[in-house]
Design a protein. Structure first.
Length: 275
C-alpha cells in the first residue's frame, strides 16, 4: 500500500482522489487551507487519513505537513499536486494582481509542494508525482488564457521534472482533465474578471457564457476520473500525459492536427533559417 500526499484535498477532484485512494487501502496525507473541510468531506474518518492544514503558498506549512506525514506513515509514495483555481477574463482585461495571485497558487504552489516532498522521494529512489493540470494547459481558449498559461507552465515544469527524476526511480505524470462535474466552475473555485473591454465581447464573450452555463453540467464524472488517476499509479510504465474525458481527447487531437498542418505549411520557412 502506498502513502499519498494530496493538496487541495477538501473538495472537487482532490477529495475524490483522496476517497479513491483510501478505499483501496492506501494512506493519505490530505492537505487543505482549512483542515476542517477535509474532515467534513470524510466524516467517517477512515483509517489511513491524516488531515493537515497546508496552504500551498506557504512553504513552512507544507514542510510541516510533510514532517507530520512522515512521522505518521514513515514514507511518501505519491504526490498529487491538485490545489488550484480558475480565472476567466480576456488577457488585456485581467488585472496584474489577479494574474499574479493565480500563478502564486497554480504554479508556485506546485513548486513549493515539490520542494517539500521531493527530498523524500529522491531518498527513497521511488515515487510518483501527479501534477493535476488541465486540457487548457495543452490547448487554451479566449477568456481562459491566464488560467491556461498557468497550466502550460505546469506542463513545462512536468516535462523537465520527468527527465530529472527518471534516473532516480521517480515517475511523473501530467493529468489533463476536460470538464468534470466538480465545483470548479462555481465561485468557490473560479474567479471572473469584469468584461471591461467591448472589443472582446465577440471573442471572449461566448466562452464566458459557456463556462457560466456549464456549472454542474460538465461531461466528466469525478468519481471515474479519480479512479483513472489512482489506476495510473499502479501500472509499470505510466504515461507522461493522461487526458481525462472525451472533450479533452477531442481538444488535444484538434491542436495536434493544427500544429502538424502549420508545421508542414511553413516547413520551408523554418528550414530556410538553418545554416
Amino acid at each position: 500500500m502506498s502513502v499519498w500526499f494530496v493538496t487541495g484535498a477538501s473538495r472537487g477532484l482532490g477529495a475524490e482522489i483522496t476517497r479513491e485512494a483510501l478505499d483501496r487501502g492506501h494512506s493519505v496525507i490530505a492537505t487543505a487551507r482549512d483542515v476542517s473541510a477535509v474532515l467534513k468531506a470524510h466524516p467517517q474518518k477512515p483509517d489511513g487519513l491524516l488531515a493537515v492544514n497546508a496552504d500551498v503558498t506557504e512553504p513552512e506549512q507544507l514542510t510541516a505537513a510533510v514532517e507530520a506525514g512522515l512521522a505518521e506513515f514513515g514514507r511518501i509514495d505519491i504526490v498529487a499536486n491538485n490545489a488550484g483555481y480558475g480565472l476567466v477574463g480576456a488577457i488585456e482585461e485581467t488585472s496584474d494582481r489577479a494574474a499574479r495571485d493565480l500563478f502564486d497558487v497554480n504554479v508556485f504552489g506546485v513548486l513549493n509542494t515539490l520542494r517539500a516532498t521531493l527530498p523524500t522521494l529522491r531518498a527513497q529512489r521511488s515515487g510518483h508525482v501527479l501534477n493535476i493540470g488541465s486540457v487548457g494547459g495543452f490547448a487554451t481558449a479566449p477568456a481562459a488564457g491566464l488560467y491556461g498559461a498557468s497550466k502550460f507552465a505546469l506542463e513545462g515544469i512536468s516535462e523537465a521534472l520527468h527527465g530529472e527524476l527518471a534516473p532516480l526511480g521517480v515517475r511523473v505524470t501530467i493529468i489533463e482533465p476536460g470538464g468534470f462535474r466538480t465545483d470548479f466552475l462555481n465561485s468557490s473555485s473560479i474567479q471572473v474578471e469584469p468584461a471591461a473591454i467591448v472589443d472582446y465581447v465577440a471573442s471572449a464573450g461566448p466562452v464566458r457564457e459557456a463556462l457560466a452555463k456549464n456549472d454542474g453540467r460538465q461531461p466528466g464524472d469525478p468519481v471515474k476520473g479519480a479512479k483513472a488517476i489512482v489506476d495510473v499509479t499502479e501500472v509499470a510504465k505510466p504515461p507522461l500525459r493522461l487526458q481525462l474525458g472525451a472533450d479533452a481527447v477531442e481538444r488535444v487531437e484538434a491542436k495536434l492536427d493544427l500544429v502538424r498542418r502549420e508545421l508542414d505549411q511553413w516547413r520551408h520557412v523554418a528550414l530556410s533559417t538553418a545554416i
